[in-house]
Design a protein around this ligand. Structure first.
Ligand code: HEM
Length: 149
């Protein structure tokens, strides 16, 4: 889940910020009331921070699981943002996403339609979407239909 959120953060530019006072960040002068977008999509692929940044390697989070959390305190990895506008849905997501994925995988076998390939390319915007919708075919794993009730 963490690796998916690293490579494909649903909110790639977070929510826009607008400083109430002029300030300087990393040497850049930011005049008051300027609209700022923080590009976490690019930060999550920074080769100075991530080894083989374009590769899907979930185990990178297992090695040092305490190093990378998404509490907003580590500015190299923040799929839920940071500071006073950090996503308030984190604890709901932590329960619902693993539950939904585990249920899908437990109850069905999944396959791609004949002749199609898995295409993970994405379309960037305020919300990150897949460029082409994923079509998958489920088939039941359980022998008894009552088990699906
Ligand atoms: C994988 C799931 C989710 C992701 C990746 C996500 C990501 C984000 C991000 C990046 C922000 C902007 C934070 C910032 O700019 O610092 C945000 C804000 C927000 N999220 Fe989520 N979110 C998720 C799930 C949820 C859920 C389940 C809820 C509520 C049920 C929720 C409610 C909100 C709200 C209300 C805000 C605006 C907070 C504010 O402006 O103060 N999110 N989320």
């Amino acid at each position: 889940m963490k690796e998916t959120l690293r490579l494909h953060p649903p909110g790639p530019l977070l929510l826009p910020r607008r400083p109430s006072e002029s300030c300087t960040v990393a040497g850049f002068a930011i005049p008051t009331e300027t609209q700022i977008f923080v590009n976490v999509w690019a930060m999550h692929r920074d080769p100075e921070v991530w080894e083989n940044p374009l590769e899907f390697q979930p185990e990178r989070f297992l090695k040092e699981s305490t190093k990378w959390d998404y509490s907003g305190n580590d500015h190299r990895y923040m799929p839920f943002g940071s500071g006073r506008r950090i996503c308030p849905g984190i604890s709901l997501m932590e329960r619902m996403v693993p539950y939904a994925i585990a249920t899908f995988v437990h109850m069905f076998k999944w396959r791609l339609p004949e002749g199609s390939n898995l295409d993970l390319s994405e379309k960037c915007g305020i919300v990150l979407k897949k460029e082409t919708s994923l079509i998958v075919i489920p088939s039941p794993r359980f022998s008894e239909p009552e088990l699906y009730h």
